[in-house]
Design a protein around this ligand. Structure first.
Ligand code: PAF
Length: 279
């Protein structure tokens, strides 16, 4: 595997490649990321991964500085997956001057759910993803469904800008107890790790209620949040949305069986976890 940090060198290395499959990451790779690499392999060749902890998508009080950085271990995992190039730019490589041009998603999608609790997050994501796409010029790019809103925003962005990159969503990789794998799980204490699957359980309770015809969305969301709070969590949201645009379903949508997804974000101790489940 070639490890490349400069944009110019990356372009040289990939010149003439028309079927590149790309997996952008922020490192601290776990089985979830590796499943994205495997899916990428099915959709293109060569597989290119990136590791870049993108300052633009972190708020001033978020965990940019303490975000886990495990470069050597990541390299070994990617080698085993047969990744052809790892693009690992420094901040100077990717942002040699302040990144003043930004890609701003529409408020209706970028400022709801995660965007409401992490202002500027999706601006940072869209900006770096656009720049990474410009460097790698992939035919396909793989994003996990765990970051459901991110996947939808990137997909819409690629469509609206007519980017030549097809966006592929990968199923969430879960531990045996249901917890979605995430780099942030490593912040959890042993006791918190034991409690953490309660988030996915809460999503399942909501999804099962909706499936069995309980359509009082407001009541379901509030009960789920209250139940988590009673276990010591601090929920930001548990929200039932339409899969198509992440807007709340109205009575007509519910009656007509509009495809739904329930999304959640909640803090356990100081660790903020997100998860979602298609209903
Ligand atoms: O999902 C992530 O790890 C990041 O948001 C991404 C897509 C690599 C952009 O920094």
């Amino acid at each position: 595997m070639k490890i490349i940090s400069s944009i110019e060198e990356l372009r040289d290395q990939l010149s003439g490649q028309l079927r590149t499959a790309f997996v952008p990451t922020m490192g601290n790779l776990h089985e979830g990321h590796l499943s994205l690499m495997r899916l990428a392999r099915k959709h293109g060749d060569p597989v290119v991964a990136s590791i870049f902890v993108n300052r633009l998508q972190f708020g001033p009080n978020e965990d940019f500085d303490k975000y886990p950085r495990t470069f050597q271990a990541d390299v070994e995992k990617l080698e085993k997956e047969g990744v052809y190039v790892l693009f690992a730019p420094t901040e100077k490589d990717l942002y040699p001057e302040p990144q003043e041009y930004r890609v701003q998603p529409p408020d209706g999608l970028g400022n709801i759910l995660e965007g409401e609790f992490r202002p500027g997050f999706f601006n940072g994501v869209c900006t770096v993803v656009t720049k990474l796409f410009s460097c790698v010029q992939p035919k396909v790019a793989v994003f996990g469904k765990k970051d459901y809103q991110q996947l939808m925003i990137v997909r819409n962005m690629a469509r609206q800008f007519a980017l030549p990159t097809q966006i592929i969503g990968a199923e969430t990789f879960r531990a045996d107890d249901g917890l979605a794998l995430s780099s942030r799980n490593m912040y959890l204490s042993a006791a918190e790790r034991a409690e953490a699957p309660a988030l996915y359980n809460a999503l399942n309770v909501v999804a099962n209620e909706v499936r069995s015809g309980h359509l009082d969305v407001f009541q379901l969301e509030h009960k789920a949040m209250d139940d988590l709070a009673a276990r010591g969590w601090k929920p930001d949201y548990i929200s039932i949305r339409k899969r198509i645009d992440l807007q709340p379903p109205n009575a007509g949508d519910l009656a007509q069986g509009e495809p739904l997804v329930v999304l959640a974000a909640a803090k356990l101790g100081t660790t903020r976890l997100i998860d979602n489940l298609e209903i």
